[in-house]
Design a protein around this ligand. Structure first.
Ligand SMILES: NC(=O)CC[C@H](N)C(=O)O
Length: 234
């Protein structure tokens, strides 16, 4: 049976249906979940999608991190359930303290939208194991609050423990410390990243392959990583 991957919709989510589609393309069953529920409906993994939950009021992801379903997500993540946060979802994961540090307004003050090259720094997580270590991938990036921050001590710990999952290559698009684009928790079941893998899973809809010499499908292995890890577990 296909692993059941829950995608939570919050008020203001934009990319929930794209995430569901990516799950299906990777061989999983996508289960739509609503932020106001207290029930994860027995899913095998969770995706917190991109968007503008609660209009980015206070800080992007801050209000959503207190949604009723997030209490269940936090408990489940702490017992090993695979959880992926994409962009606004990554912001929620730091706000919920499932990942360290925080995300603030881009250093140049503008919204950024571009095809972004990333390096896979850690392929020993539930969500990155289908990549080669140090693989360079191109997936879209689109955010206003993507600047990763952490104090020096936290940053040293993140680097020392290998918790940098993805790093920006060539350009740092938002002023993130140490060019950090995505993180994992120590256990490797919770991963968050600013760029959008769910927008690079089908030819013709992802990065401009002619300009970037990208495959256009570089986001798919994130979803395949978890689906295949879950299948192997059964
Ligand atoms: N694409 C997104 O998920 C955007 C996240 C958030 N609204 C921001 O602009 O930073």
């Amino acid at each position: 049976m296909s692993p059941r991957v829950g995608v939570i919709t919050f008020p203001g989510s934009l990319d929930d249906r794209d995430a569901q589609r990516a799950v299906r393309l990777a061989g999983g069953e996508a289960v739509a979940l609503w932020h106001g529920e207290h029930d994860l409906h027995g899913v095998d993994a969770i995706i917190l999608p991109g968007g503008f939950s609660y209009g980015d009021y206070l800080r992007a992801g801050a209000i959503a991190s207190h949604s009723p379903i997030m209490a269940e997500v936090i408990t489940a993540a702490n017992t090993g359930l695979p959880v992926l946060g994409i962009c606004n979802g990554f912001q929620m994961l730091t706000e919920a303290h499932l990942l360290p540090g925080g995300l603030i307004r881009n250093d140049h003050g503008k919204f950024v939208c571009r095809d972004q090259v990333l390096r896979v720094e850690n392929n020993d997580t539930v969500w990155t194991n289908a990549y080669e270590k140090n693989a360079e991938i191109t997936i879209p990036l689109k955010n206003g609050e993507g600047g990763f921050i952490a104090d020096d001590e936290t940053l040293a710990r993140i680097e020392g423990e290998g918790q940098v999952a993805f790093r920006y290559v060539d350009v740092n698009p938002n002023g993130s410390r140490n060019n950090i684009a995505g993180l994992t928790n120590e256990r490797g079941n919770v991963v968050g990243l600013m760029p959008h893998p769910e927008h690079a899973v089908e030819l013709g809809f992802g990065p401009d392959t002619a300009t970037h010499m990208a495959s256009g499908l570089d986001g798919l292995p994130i979803f395949r990583s978890a689906v295949e890890a879950l299948l192997a577990r059964v």
